[in-house]
Design a protein around this ligand. Structure first.
Ligand SMILES: Nc1ncnc2c1ncn2[C@@H]1O[C@H](COP(=O)(O)OP(=O)(O)OP(=O)(O)O)[C@@H](O)[C@H]1O
Length: 261
């Protein structure tokens, strides 16, 4: 059984334009990158996995759990999907402290106080992300890297069974990216979660992902094994995998770079 098994069909429209999405891929890898040009449908895919968008057809299975299955009539609400979501630019609440940001998903509008177990979880996250000293600070007082850590801690607070990362490095300067890639890799290894990550940057793929799915014009077109530097055309699933020339990194760049001609 695949760790990540996604088959999504949906259409969105703003009244004038209609965008049809059909992304289908399966992976045994723990760290999968969704890569492709702007407007290709990467965020829509992630949103549908999280339950923020309802597909018309298809299914989402992660770690053996079915989150959505149109045919079987299964559509778990977002809160029950056990999904940790790291938004682009982190979407931290500026008026809340670091501690309150991390705790946010564990409270409700009616009940703002944490129970003892949830409070302990928040404390543990503050420690494991090295944020205790700034627990009462506002996000604006933190560096880009610290903000990313708060956002990751918040995504992990609900004890998710999958982590969805939307451009986790987009808000960072290139100097920080390198360090935070290492940090994110360590976090993912430590929490042993399947991760689906959107990126525009092939260096993110090379540094972090085991597999990358190339998304173009609303379709998952190619699945790339990063360690081997090989790819499979998804529209022709069942066809033999294409071998690419070494070195591995150059092959991955070429396979993914094909998105841009
Ligand atoms: N709610 C919506 N209503 C109408 N169209 C939408 C909606 N959300 C996204 N789209 C359109 O769907 C297409 C895919 O959007 P999506 O955000 O998934 O792209 P993306 O690959 O994540 O791009 P980027 O890398 O720039 O974030 C785009 O053309 C976008 O304009």
């Amino acid at each position: 059984m695949a760790l990540i098994d996604v088959d999504l069909q949906l259409a969105v429209s703003d009244g004038q334009r209609r965008f049809a999405l059909h992304t289908r891929f399966r992976s045994q890898a723990r760290m999968v990158a969704l890569y492709g040009p702007s407007g290709a449908g990467k965020s829509l895919t992630l949103q549908a996995v999280a339950g923020l968008l309802r597909p018309e057809r298809g299914h989402v299975r992660i770690g053996g759990r079915t989150l959505f299955d149109a045919e079987a009539g299964i559509d778990l609400p977002t809160q029950q999907r056990r999904v940790g979501y790291l938004f682009q630019h982190y979407a931290l609440f500026p008026h809340l402290s670091v501690r309150q940001n991390i705790a946010f998903g564990l409270t409700t509008w009616r009940r703002r106080r944490l129970d003892a177990r949830a409070a302990q979880r928040v404390d543990e996250l503050l420690v494991s992300f090295g944020l205790e000293a700034m627990a009462d600070a506002r996000p604006s007082a933190l560096s880009g890297g610290q903000q990313q850590r708060v956002a990751l801690a918040r995504a992990l607070a609900c004890e998710p069974q999958v982590l969805l990362l939307d451009e986790p490095f987009a808000a960072l300067n290139p100097m920080l990216r390198h360090d935070l890639r290492q940090e994110l890799a360590a976090v993912c290894a430590r929490w042993q979660l399947p991760v689906l990550m959107i990126t525009h940057d092939v260096d993110d793929v090379l540094a972090l992902a085991e597999e990358a799915v190339l998304i173009e014009q609303g379709r998952a077109v190619r699945q790339v094994d990063v360690a081997r530097g090989t790819g499979v055309e998804l529209e022709l699933l069942g066809a033999p995998a294409r071998a690419a020339e070494p070195p591995q990194a150059a092959a991955v760049r070429r396979l993914l770079g094909a998105a841009h001609g």
